[in-house]
Design a protein around this ligand. Structure first.
Ligand code: NAD
Length: 355
């Protein structure tokens, strides 16, 4: 039995999560050994506006104990301008559960969706390991003399040896396990002489433990350029929180846009992982049956694979590939189906492919 906590969140998060759950259920119908149990969590803007609860302080460990994975839609709603509920949900899960690996596969499934000239699925197939709990996103800092001409704003970047070592090691372990031959570590150690000096030193030590893997280092500005010029040179990339945030959006663009990009937040030692589409709650299209559900559905494939159900994840990936090949997509990918139309296609496809 796989126990999955489902947190749809806000906006299109709810729409795409429903599709993801329907697709997993359709697969479970034809594969009786795939047993799924859901715990639905209603955290999001509606709940926050109703009773002031973003994400309860004492809840995250209990959820992690009751479940094997968390399936998250997206959080963020214009009715909560502070985004306080979203901040709590993200902080309590990613930081609170110490999900230090943000894994983002950037795989182009069809050349039509790549904005690069003459590049196809063989050229864009890399995985980014973004450090998920440190760097510039810890909220350490402050503002002095706010609103005055003498205002000073400080935002500190946290880089611990433990934090840097575990994400770099996770990237090498992934490469080793999945037969990947190349790992690229990207930082800005030429300019960030302290915070990224530790990245450079620790990377050299960890890389030496994996002599069969070709290790490469690129400053992040060069990496951005090389990913556009020669994406085929990359298999696994490991980088810091901020740089990973930016580089993975570049990766999402190479694979066809935000509607295609799946992600996993994991802690290999702890077990529980959180799986989510990369995109946000898209208030501009919410409730209009326009959201592309493929990123959410691809996240379910990632989730099943990480829970040991590799063949089930592969069926869902095949169904997605079929939808793309047959243009059974939403308008952002050039198709003319709505979210529910793509759902129907995928549900039918997994039933046939998974039987
Ligand atoms: N992990 C998360 O929960 C997460 C991530 C990013 C943004 N957000 C939040 O989402 C809200 C909106 O943020 P944003 O507009 O910057 O980013 P967004 O990803 O929600 O939307 C950016 C653009 O892409 C389009 N888009 C996004 N996903 C799509 C999909 N599946 N299908 C078709 N089109 C899609 C949107 O319509 C919009 O034009 C904000 O509150 C933000 O804080 C949440």
């Amino acid at each position: 039995m796989l126990r999955i906590a489902v947190l749809p969140g806000d906006g299109i998060g709810k729409e795409v999560i429903d599709v993801g759950v329907d697709v997993m259920n359709a697969l479970a119908e034809v594969r009786p050994d795939l047993k799924l149990q859901y715990e639905w969590l209603d955290y999001g803007a509606d709940r926050y506006l109703r009773d002031g609860v973003g994400f309860p302080d004492d809840e995250r460990n209990a959820i992690a104990e009751r479940n094997d994975a968390i399936f998250l839609g997206a959080v963020g709603d214009p009715r909560v301008p502070s985004n306080e509920h979203a901040r709590q949900i993200i902080l309590e899960t990613r930081f609170g559960l110490d999900l230090y690996v943000n894994l983002r596969p950037c795989k182009l499934l069809d050349a039509r969706f790549c904005p690069l000239k003459d590049k196809g699925p063989d050229d864009v197939d890399f995985t980014v390991f973004r450090e998920n709990t440190e760097g510039l996103y810890t909220g350490v800092g402050g503002i002095f003399k706010k609103g005055t001409a003498d205002e000073v704003a400080i935002q500190s970047s946290i880089n611990t040896r433990k934090g840097v070592e575990r994400i770099i090691r996770a990237a090498y372990e992934f490469a080793d396990k999945h037969g990947k031959k190349r790992v690229c570590m990207s930082d800005k150690s030429n300019a960030l002489r302290y915070g990224h000096d530790v990245w450079m030193r620790v990377w050299k030590l960890v890389a030496a433990e994996y002599p069969a893997i070709e290790s490469r280092h690129l400053y992040v500005d060069v990496l951005a350029m090389e990913l556009v010029r020669h994406p085929e040179d990359f298999e696994v990339i490991v980088t810091s929180n901020l740089f990973g945030d930016i580089i993975t959006d570049l990766g999402a663009a190479l694979q066809g846009g935000l509607g295609m990009a799946a992600s996993a937040n994991m802690n290999p030692e702890r077990g529980i992982g959180m799986f989510e589409p990369v995109h946000g709650s898209a208030p501009d299209i919410a409730g209009q049956d326009k959201a592309n559900p493929i990123a959410a559905v691809a996240s379910t494939a990632l989730m099943l694979q990480s829970l040991g159900r590799t063949a089930d994840g592969a069926v869902i990936e095949q169904a997605i590939a079929l939808a793309l090949a047959e243009n059974a997509t939403t308008p952002d990918l050039g198709g003319n189906l709505g979210t529910r139309g793509v759902r129907d296609f995928l549900v039918d496809a997994v039933r046939r492919l998974g039987a």
